[in-house]
Design a protein around this ligand. Structure first.
Ligand code: CS2
Length: 495
């Protein structure tokens, strides 16, 4: 038996299920990027809303792969959310996703998605397409007009493949039909993510057509958000365990932690769901929350993942069980916290926030792979590590832990681990980074200099600043000399 509308009533009483009439739900949101991250937070928060207001169903699209559609389509969009901690597991079936589309699969699928985005009942188009999905330059945040997919979408605006291309094509439809635009709500890990997506779609629209560009720039609102919920990739072991608990198959359940936070700028000209009922916080300015999360949680996540992977650790929890890392990670957070504190709302307790992050990272029930977090580092480093380092340099403060985090990324993208084995580096810039690493060879000084010279990641200032390059080069030398674990162990308290 498989999870579907028809089998919901067969679920054990211990499994929570949608307590609203799914046939009465209509689409109010189109979501681009229906990965586990979306299904662990926004789709859950929206499920909480549908009990009171069925006008906010989600039509979801996968921009890269049909896998999620193939898994959830036969399940009427239903899936299980498994919330796990040392105290146990809670299972809840989520029903907010009404339909799944894969625009890259066929012109018909593209048309169906654009029809959904142009539906007058749809007031929000949201995104979790990961950092690389905005086709922007990570160091500056502007649209990369030389991006091959952007060039395709400008040449074939009726068959867009990128998030900016799809959004602008749908907005052009709505403008031609005299409809209001929709609110564009990004939920990705980018600083000022609403500003980034606004800049990208404004520019893309202007490149398509001057008048369309003026309309998009003047009419389309893009609030910023900060989303926080650790969501490891689902494994076959997860599927088997959850199927046993459900008494039926779920082709793609989602595993997550108890903690969840969603902070949203409350700017929705055409309305929004009462996401507060699901615990979302609406604020005037998301920036402090974003800065805190990106620099403390995500900066520590990336650093411990590169160094933990090189030290031979499979998961975040395993890495944190190593006493050297258990000392290193809080110290790294402390370095970054010094750059965050001046921007936080009065009364923010950064110490408690950091302690809670360490507890979350230690969650023994989550098999969060270091390799998964290592992905797309070229798109993550600026907001997770380099922003903190630039601020610390300006303040004349040392950053030995963050420097080792950057050095860990540099060592990782050589795609050869400390035992000489290949590393499967997943990154839009993997080939370019590998070429640089191969040319540098096992020379940490040259490797640090040449990788720091990648403008799209490091910009123009840091590579030319010895206050940046010297500590990072010294850290990389240590990595080559003694390996990640000892380098972590030997990185003492920040002066
Ligand atoms: C992780 C994030 O994979 C990664 O890059 O650092 O997905 C992290 O789990 C989330 O931002 C937590 O909210």
């Amino acid at each position: 038996m498989r999870l579907s509308n028809a089998t919901l009533s067969h679920l054990p009483a211990t499994v929570e299920k949608p307590d609203y009439d799914r046939t009465a739900v209509t689409p109010g949101i189109v979501h681009l990027g229906v990965g586990a991250f979306h299904r662990a937070h926004q789709a859950v928060c929206t499920d909480d809303v549908l009990v009171r207001d069925p006008a906010w169903g989600i039509v979801a699209a996968s921009l890269r792969s049909p896998d999620t559609r193939d898994a959830l389509g036969p399940q009427d969009g239903l899936y299980t959310l498994a919330t796990r901690s040392g105290e146990g597991e809670r299972l809840r079936v989520i029903g907010s996703i009404l339909e799944l589309l894969v625009p890259a699969e066929s012109p018909l699928q593209t048309t169906l998605l654009l029809d959904a985005m142009a539906d007058p009942r749809v007031a929000i188009v949201s995104l979790t397409v990961t950092e690389k999905g905005y086709c922007h330059d990570p160091a500056t945040g502007v649209l990369n007009e030389e991006h091959p997919e952007i060039r395709h979408d400008l040449a074939h605006p009726e068959r867009p493949r990128t998030a900016p291309g799809l959004i602008v094509a749908a907005l052009a439809r709505r403008r031609a039909e005299g409809l209001h635009p929709f609110t564009v709500l990004t939920c990705d890990n980018l600083p000022s993510n609403g500003t980034v997506v606004k800049r990208v779609i404004d520019r893309f629209a202007a490149l398509r057509d001057r008048d369309l560009g003026a309309w998009v720039a003047g009419e389309v609102v893009c609030p910023s958000t900060m989303v926080d919920r650790i969501t490891p990739a689902t494994t076959d072991a997860d599927r088997a365990a959850i199927a046993a608990a459900l008494g039926m198959e779920d082709a793609w359940p989602v595993v997550t932690e108890p903690f969840s936070q969603w902070v949203i700028e409350d700017r929705f000209p055409d309305g929004r769901p009462m996401w507060e009922t699901g615990g979302a916080q609406f604020v005037a300015d998301v920036a402090p929350y974003e800065l805190m999360k990106l620099r403390l949680l995500n900066g520590a996540h990336s650093s411990l993942s590169y160094l933990g992977y090189l030290a031979g650790y499979e998961t975040v929890a395993e890495t944190m069980a190593d006493p050297a890392f258990a000392r290193f990670v809080p110290a790294l957070m402390q370095e970054a916290a010094a750059t965050v504190a001046p921007h936080m709302p009065a009364g923010t307790d950064l110490g408690s926030y950091q302690a809670a992050l360490v507890t979350r990272f230690r969650n023994p029930a989550l098999k969060h792979r270091t390799w998964q977090i290592c992905m797309d580092g070229s798109q993550k480093l600026p907001q997770r590590l380099l922003g903190s380092i630039a601020d610390l340099i300006a303040a004349g403060r040392p950053f030995p832990h963050l420097a080792l985090g950057v050095a860990g990324w540099m060592r990782y993208v050589t795609a050869i681990d400390e035992q000489g084995r290949p590393i499967d580096v997943r990154d839009p810039m993997a080939a370019e980074l590998k070429r640089i690493a191969d040319a540098a060879g096992p020379d940490p000084d040259r490797l640090a200099r040449d990788l720091a010279g990648v403008r799209a990641i490091f910009g123009d200032d840091l590579p030319r600043d010895p206050r940046f390059l010297d500590p990072v080069t010294a850290a990389l030398r240590r990595l080559y000399a003694v390996g990640a674990r000892r380098a972590v162990e030997e990185t003492g308290p920040t002066a």
